[in-house]
Write a protein that binds this ligand. Structure first.
Ligand SMILES: Cc1ncc(COP(=O)(O)O)c(C=O)c1O
Length: 627
């Protein structure tokens, strides 16, 4: 049975009724079936293996289609890698634990930082220009690494006249050719002769046709013409043959809604086996015809929508049903979702025909399903829904697992919905819903536009300077049962920038006090650690962190009042810790008590706690605390 199916008129996502999910988690809501996701990726892996006996195969599922980390973990578990586009997706994949050698790094114009990151991590880097190839070689030599590089090529399909479902009117070949990625073959041939490729492992080639059609033939032709381009390259570089060829993504899937205007004709959705046979066959043909032996070459593909798409459902609740008799009879079914949350209604002209989550009485009528944004926001024009549909009914847009969540925006200041993972009878939140405070979090009000004074908005954290960090973590976590969130080291330069104190290297441990953090600081330089109150580097001292809503403004007021802060407000670097982006400075209160003024960038998302054993002995440090 399909993991997403109807049972007695009820829409089921595995063993859970969609309407129960809506009642429990609220709508709008993105839901993914784990069983469907696993089945989809397995189908592609098997299909590609069967179609390409010539060498190994790899399915690198396109992360952009759904970057939710829990889903990535499931695909890791299935042995599938991923295609990433740009620095942020690469970081997400590496953080999720995807092995670097199973990551295909794309990006039509790559900044140097992305090239360096990909080479350092050991990922497969696809280059899109001669300049990028040269930059990869330079970066590899500087890093003392070998860059695993593939050349993205541009097979010529300009003779393909079939209409692209992407634009709904232009010839597929012309639209594909206008797309920017890839290296024109003439410039590449010329550059290969003059570039210093020391440091580069020219492992293979890459090409991607994209989602222009569900028909199989253009994908076969694309692979065949890529094979011919490989032959040209092999002639330009005698002795070179590719070890791997990546054919990109763009394949269709059951329920694929792309191409609204072209949906009238029922489209056959080819299976993974049909696509795999076509692309593998076309490639084999193209390679052999151009004198390249395909045996031993690894074949990769990067399906995104075809893995995530049919595994996802978007749930929404009907808010009202409005009828008009004249001048034109109309029925609008207004739901609590929006084209803003199903963005492919615009991007790819997608059409989703909604289904009722539970049985609704009445005969089908033609309605426009509309969303809550102030845009035209017709999610599905001319949909067919029972005339008994009413406020409170839950409707579902099937096959929405790819791209919709990640393309969703905050138009009309709408917080984006939560994402759920359903597995059997279990439903788990894998991305929480946004709050209005998330939507407004990055706003900053210049002082001249405020009508109140900048103010302290609460205690941010409490910090203790300690003599022995392990002992203190043992005391607070092991003995008193608090949770250790993270430990790390702060380099002298940063300490000086934050506090004004030079040459101090500090180890820290953050302990969860419930709604606040207890920060334990250990100054590594033994000479600095003289136990005394009211100096921040001495064991036994306390500083108090005060949270403010505008650190720069508070700094200005303190300085003007004669309380010289120890440093300028400093934005902490994006180092992946919970402190990234916060603005801080230090200052003493009138009695010399040290205060740290903190303006938070955003609520820290802290890693799970680290268990700490109860130490067998806990000795206080020496009682000599004389100043
Ligand atoms: C290089 C590359 N690979 C894979 C994909 C995934 O495409 P799809 O989700 O249509 O399969 C894309 C999409 O733009 C892409 O640019």
């Amino acid at each position: 049975m399909d993991p997403i199916h109807q049972d007695g008129g009820r829409l089921m996502i595995e063993s859970v009724a969609a309407s129960d999910l809506a009642a429990r988690f609220g709508t709008p809501l993105y839901v993914t079936s784990e069983a469907a996701l696993r089945a989809n990726v397995r189908a592609w892996r098997t299909a590609l293996d069967d179609a390409w006996p010539d060498g190994p195969t790899r399915v690198l599922v396109s992360l952009k289609a759904n970057p939710t980390i829990a889903l990535r973990r499931i695909l890791d578990d299935e042995g599938a890698g991923c295609d990433v586009f740009g620095t942020y997706e690469l970081d997400i994949a590496l953080d999720a634990g995807t092995p670097a050698e199973l990551i295909s790094v794309n990006g039509s114009t790559k900044p140097e930082a992305l090239i360096v990151r990909a080479i350092s991590a050991g990922a497969r880097l696809t280059v899109d220009s001669v300049e990028e190839l040269a930059a990869a070689a330079t970066a590899a030599r500087r890093l003392g690494r070998r860059a695993h590089v593939r050349l993205r090529l541009r097979p010529d399909l300009t003779d393909l006249e079939t209409t692209s479902e992407f634009t709904e009117r232009d010839p597929l070949g012309a639209v594909a050719d206008a797309y920017k990625p890839g290296i024109p073959i003439d410039g590449l041939r010329e550059a290969l002769g003059r570039l210093d490729l020391d440091g580069v492992d020219l492992a293979g080639v890459h090409a991607h046709l994209g989602r222009h059609t569900s028909a199989v033939e253009p994908f076969r032709l694309h692979a065949q013409r890529l094979g011919a381009l490989v032959g040209e390259l092999a002639r330009a570089m005698p002795g070179w043959t590719p070890r791997e060829i990546d054919l990109g993504g763009g394949y269709s899937y059951p329920g694929d809604p792309t191409g609204r205007a072209l949906r009238a004709a029922p489209a056959h959705t080819p299976s993974p086996a049909e696509y795999a046979a076509a692309v593998a066959g076309g490639l084999d043909e193209g390679l052999r015809a151009s004198g390249v032996d395909p045996r031993g070459i690894a074949l990769e593909i990067e399906p995104g929508r075809a893995v995530y798409g049919s595994a996802g459902v978007h749930l929404s609740t009907v808010l009202n049903v409005k009828r008009q008799a004249a001048p034109v009879p109309r029925v609008w079914v207004g739901c609590d979702s929006s084209e803003v949350l199903l963005s492919d209604t615009g991007w790819e002209h997608s059409r989703w025909d909604p289904v009722c989550a539970d049985p609704v009485t009445g005969s089908d009528q033609e309605v426009d399903v509309v969303g809550v944004s102030c845009g035209f926001d017709t999610i599905t024009p001319g949909a067919r829904l029972p005339d008994g549909i009413a406020a409170g009914d839950v409707i579902a847009f099937l096959a929405t697992g790819a791209y919709e969540e990640t393309l969703a925006g905050n138009f009309n200041s709408m917080p984006r919905p939560a994402s759920l993972l359903v597995s059997g009878d279990r439903a788990e939140l894998v991305r929480r819903a946004e709050l209005l405070s998330d939507v407004t979090r990055r706003d900053r009000l210049p002082l001249r536009l405020r009508d109140d004074a900048p103010r302290v908005v609460g205690v941010d954290h409490v910090s203790l300077t300690v003599d022995d960090l392990d002992r203190s973590v043992g005391f607070y976590c092991g003995l008193l049962g608090l949770t250790l969130h993270e430990r790390g080291r702060l380099e002298p330069e940063l300490i000086e920038q934050m506090t004004g104190m030079p040459d101090a290297e500090v180890d820290y441990a953050d302990v969860d006090l419930g709604s606040r953090i207890l920060e334990l600081l250990h100054y590594r330089t033994a000479a600095l650690r003289r136990p005394i109150a009211s100096r921040q580097e001495r064991p036994g001292s306390v500083h108090i962190g005060l949270r403010v809503d505008d650190a720069a403004a508070v700094h200005g007021r303190l300085a003007a009042a004669g309380f010289a802060p120890l440093s300028a407000p400093r934005t902490l670097p994006d180092d992946g810790s919970g402190w990234s982006g916060s603005i801080v400075f230090y200052v003493r209160d009138p009695d010399g008590v040290m205060l740290e003024i903190v303006e938070r960038a955003e609520t820290a998302s802290r890693a799970a706690g680290t268990p700490v054993p109860v130490p067998s002995t806990l000795e206080p440090s020496g009682s000599d605390r004389a100043d």
